[in-house]
Design a protein around this ligand. Structure first.
Ligand code: PRP
Length: 251
């Protein structure tokens, strides 16, 4: 299909009448006089991938305190690229799990992401700064009356969005598991018999409490970090530095 479109455009161009300039072999634009300064291209914007939701709410006060225009980030619109022209920044509004992918592939120069996402999948990224926001933990949780740890030799069914983190954890504990991948509302799994336990993010603990579950084992603390594309950081270091400085300041 794409090939057709390209071919069609090529046909249209070849069918178009030749302009005077192209007929005479002249360039379309006047060339600069020898001593006239050639206007330079405007600097490339710094592209920053931010996670929509809870972490963004904690990020905004830091950026505001450092003088960034946060209205572009908080305004109620479905635009996924928000531009701060004064600072030459483009903000990409992303699902938290997608932030490292955009940065790794260079679609964004830097991003803000929870360490939980980095623990679950491997990325080739530079992580220069822990922001100390979005603090929570990864934990094993179960129904209040469920036996944990399971009796020796029993197979534990685990529902989680973090199968790699969970597999590593139970392996280190010597517990045999059946891993069941779910995307969200993980707390439902033990309530419906889908799984014995869950491995999930616990922040306030409210979701567990309201669903009759409790933490039976902590796995690790997590918080949000800045990640940077290795090449982007080298090429745009001067433009990225003030942003990193602003993010580093606790407010
Ligand atoms: C996360 C996590 C828990 C909840 C924990 O879910 O998966 O469900 O937050 O927070 P709490 O300890 O403060 O209650 P999220 O809100 O991202 O939605 P999800 O269930 O769709 O993953």
């Amino acid at each position: 299909m794409r090939e057709n479109v390209v071919r069609e455009n090529a046909l249209r161009e070849s069918a178009a009448p030749e302009s005077k300039a192209s007929r005479s072999g002249q360039k379309r634009h006047k060339s600069a006089k020898p001593n006239e300064p050639v206007p330079s291209a405007p600097p490339q914007p710094v592209v920053v991938a931010v996670p929509k939701g809870r972490v963004l709410e904690q990020l905004v006060p830091r950026l505001a305190a450092a003088g960034f225009d946060t209205d572009v980030l908080t305004k109620s619109t479905r635009q996924l690229i928000r531009t701060d022209e004064a600072r030459n920044i483009q903000w990409l509004m992303l699902k938290p799990d997608d932030v490292p992918t955009y940065v790794e592939y260079g679609a964004a120069d830097v991003g803000v992401v929870g360490r939980d996402v980095l623990l679950e999948r491997e990325y080739d990224l530079y992580a220069p700064l822990d922001l100390g926001i979005g603090r929570c933990k990864l934990a094993v949780a179960a129904h209040r009356r469920a036996p944990y740890p399971p009796p020796p030799g029993a197979l534990l069914r685990v529902a989680t969005k973090f199968p790699n983190v969970a597999t590593r954890h139970f392996k280190s504990r010597g517990i045999a598991v059946e891993m069941i991948f779910v995307q969200g509302s993980v707390e439902l799994a033990p309530l419906t018999g889908l799984a014995d336990v869950i491995v999930d993010i616990v922040e306030t603990g409210e979701t567990l409490r309201q669903n009759g579950l409790e933490v039976v084992e902590d796995i690790c603390e997590v918080s949000s970090v800045v990640v940077a594309n290795r090449v982007g950081l080298k090429l745009k270091r001067a433009a990225i530095a003030p942003l990193l400085e602003a993010l580093a300041k606790d407010v």
